[in-house]
Ligand binder design. Structure first.
Ligand SMILES: [Cu+2]
Length: 177
């Protein structure tokens, strides 16, 4: 009868260790942003999570004009409307040219275009294949921070420095959480 409590305790110990593992991954450095249009209306959210293979970026848009829109990480964490030029150019700590189709590209802040449906929602998921949230040679949240920008038009993936993506339809300042 003495062995029964030991066996009963074993699954609890395993469960506790599983929880610890989950806790560790949940503690990965993360940044997030709330996106807004030039008039302050909500335009969705962005999260950036640091992992072994780079920065995992998830952008979820709402209320955006249907169509194809460029989405970038911009170099300055300031979103002053209505034009959001305060966010600066694309995040580019490695001094490359713009675009994955540019032989001298891309910027680290370059990401795939987002397709927004008739309901005004769209999303992209992308892994920036390097970078960290706040440490190392190319921290996302350096002294002046960073921002996520949704543009009015699509990125052509090669025109330096902007991708011909038009104006800035929404912006969100990334902050560590
Ligand atoms: Cu941009």
């Amino acid at each position: 009868m003495k062995i029964v409590p030991l066996l009963a305790a074993l699954p609890l110990a395993l469960a506790a260790s599983a929880c610890a593992t989950t806790g560790d991954s949940a503690a990965a450095p993360t940044a997030s942003a709330k996106l807004a249009a030039g008039d302050g209306a909500a335009r969705g959210t962005a999260t950036v999570t640091q992992a072994a293979d780079g920065l995992h970026v998830l952008v979820k848009a709402v209320g955006v004009t249907p169509g194809i829109h460029a989405v970038h990480i911009h170099t300055t964490g300031q979103c002053v409307g209505p034009d959001f030029t305060s966010a600066g150019g694309h995040w580019n700590p490695t001094a490359h040219k713009h675009g994955k189709d540019n032989p001298a590209g891309p910027h680290m802040g370059d990401m795939p275009n987002m397709t927004v449906g008739p309901d005004g929602t769209g999303a992209i998921e992308y892994i920036v294949p390097a970078g960290t949230i706040s440490e190392g040679a190319t921290p996302l949240l350096d002294a002046d921070g960073a921002a996520i920008v949704i543009h009015a038009q699509a990125d052509d993936y090669q025109t330096d420095p902007t991708g011909n993506a038009g104006g800035r339809a929404a912006c969100g300042v990334l902050s560590a959480k």
